[in-house]
Ligand binder design. Sequence first.
Ligand code: BGC
Length: 464
Amino acid sequence: MSETYRFPDAFRWGCATSAYQIEGSPLADGAGPSIWERFVHTPGMMHNGDTGDVACDHYRRFRDDVRLMRELGLTSYRFSIAWGRILPQGTGRINQQGLDFYRSLIDALLEHGIVPMATLFHWDLPEALDDRGGWLNRDVADWFAEYAGVCFDALDDRVPLWVTLNEPWVVTDGGYLHGAVAPGHRSPYETVIASHNLMRAHGAAVQAYRARGQHEIGLVVNLEPKYAASDSAADREATRRADAYMNRQYLDPAMKGHYPEEMPRIFGDAWREWPATDLEQICQPLDFLGINYYTRGLTRQDPDAWPLYASTVRQSQSTYTETGWEVFEQGLTDILVWVRERYGDIPLYVTENGAAFYDPPTVNTGGVQDPLRIDYLGRHLRAIHHAISSGVDVRGYYLWSLLDNLEWSLGFSKRFGIVHVDYATQERTPKDSARFYSNVIASHGEALTAGAGKTPEPQRADPS
Ligand code: BGC
């Protein structure tokens, strides 16, 4: 059956970025350092010793970047606010120059008819707060609500879409369990506490927004549907644990007011039972959920993979991106359908989706041909359309990412952008995928009808 991929007229077409990955000038105009400032300048933590000192120099070039967004036809843009630019010590004194930067960025977006979506926390916790325990200190919920309130007071008149946290799972799995991202700790005991405090902070920020905000606020999670690699009881049980750990650990408390029943088994004596009042604070009504989707997890039991005892199986016939993630667009349809079935009919945005692939150099060609990225985007956009056709209320898509940027501890070695950045000159060159995306936007998705890639059939993620 052929399908026409026309998206709703009000569908928002965007790109996503985050402050530390693109801005550069992290200490400019009175900003306080973040834990990423400390992490990147600690020898051995970053690929190739890369840092965000300059990154894409977006802090100084944002007007050109916004013009570029307009040229591409974006109707929305998801960016993050660096906490330390607003409150250099994390709490207390407000740095007006930091607010002015984001106000200018937002004004430039609005002048070009681009709807801003602002994320309050995309991993760059102020160093001063980390020195007070960071996400391990229960007071962090109040600190975050204070910072969020400053942003709401200054910018809510211009920002219709707010996000509290980006991907609490990565903050805790990467930052507190495996140490691959800042602050680089490795403790299951800390992981449990950091996760809980992140969610308390999320709830406190939503409460602060309800007291004064005029628009919409939501949470962004990264979801990976987990499918059992075999029918064996061990693999199915491992799949349930993996799903609880990555997908339900954050959404269940935020949307249902309790943690998944698997959590004590996953964390053993590191797990804690939390007061009911904490869960009441975490479970606040939200206006939307943001789903970041990159890949699925084909899961098997693995006695060596502490603490989950589950790992992901590679598929010999699949395509893998440069970050080692299987291209599996059907997982996006499945996870959108799953969110609706499990958490109800809340508006959804796909707040990140994209791929790092090797892009040939631009020298002498004047452009960048990136057919694998075009294929990836086409497949995933069709997968979203399929979910919409199945009744899921998806309101927009934010491609990761507008620009090649600092891929956290992998530095500049992985390029996710639809716009190539020459880091020596800061020259921006739209890749073929940027033109592809522009055509999709201009045609409300109809350009997808003719393109390559198969249409996924909805299928339930296994087993929850
Ligand atoms: C994050 C981005 C990151 C992207 C690709 C997401 O986990 O929100 O900051 O660059 O995935 O790894």
